[in-house]
Ligand binder design. Structure first.
Ligand code: FES
Length: 157
């Protein structure tokens, strides 16, 4: 069945079973490999993307629910040449170790900071709780998100 999805501002049709999890369509059909397959059952956060302004686990979200919604993935946050504030902050803080969890961390953090870039550290920690990092670089990830908030706040002034 043809499903129409808007991903990072681009609307396109894909041929998919409506029950197919968004993660598979992103990776297999749209060649957007930023969102990762970790557990596949909504337990790790590696597959997190944004739908409208909410963080969503794409491994357990069927594409049929997403027509007419705005899907954002890590690829939409910036480019190699021009990283967005979230990417810039993660690079500055050297927050990645293996890097597998980072796209999901960034997208969950983006949902938080878009709503309020000046949140405190406790709010960042609480918001990121569903996302796991097997390398344990949580301290740096939290610092990176705080820094991203500063950059986003500055650019909104
Ligand atoms: Fe989706 Fe783990 S891959 S939550």
């Amino acid at each position: 069945m043809a499903v129409t999805l808007t991903v990072n501002g681009k609307t396109q049709q894909v041929d998919a079973d409506p029950e197919t999890p968004l993660l598979y369509v992103l990776r297999d059909d749209l060649e957007l490999n930023g969102a990762k397959y970790g557990c596949g059952v909504g337990q790790c956060g590696a597959c997190t993307v944004m739908v409208d302004n909410e963080a969503v686990l794409s491994c357990v979200t069927p594409v049929l629910l997403l027509e007419g919604r705005r899907i954002s993935t890590v690829e939409g946050l910036g480019t190699m040449e021009k990283p967005g504030p979230m990417q810039q902050a993660f690079i500055e803080q050297q927050a990645a170790q293996c890097g597998f969890c980072i796209p999901g961390m960034m997208m969950r953090a983006q949902a938080l900071l878009q709503a309020n870039p000046t949140v405190d550290e406790a709010a960042v920690r609480a918001h990121l709780e569903p996302n796991l990092c097997r390398c344990g670089t949580y301290m740096r990830i939290v610092k990176a998100v705080m820094r991203a908030g500063e950059l986003m706040h500055q650019s909104s002034q």
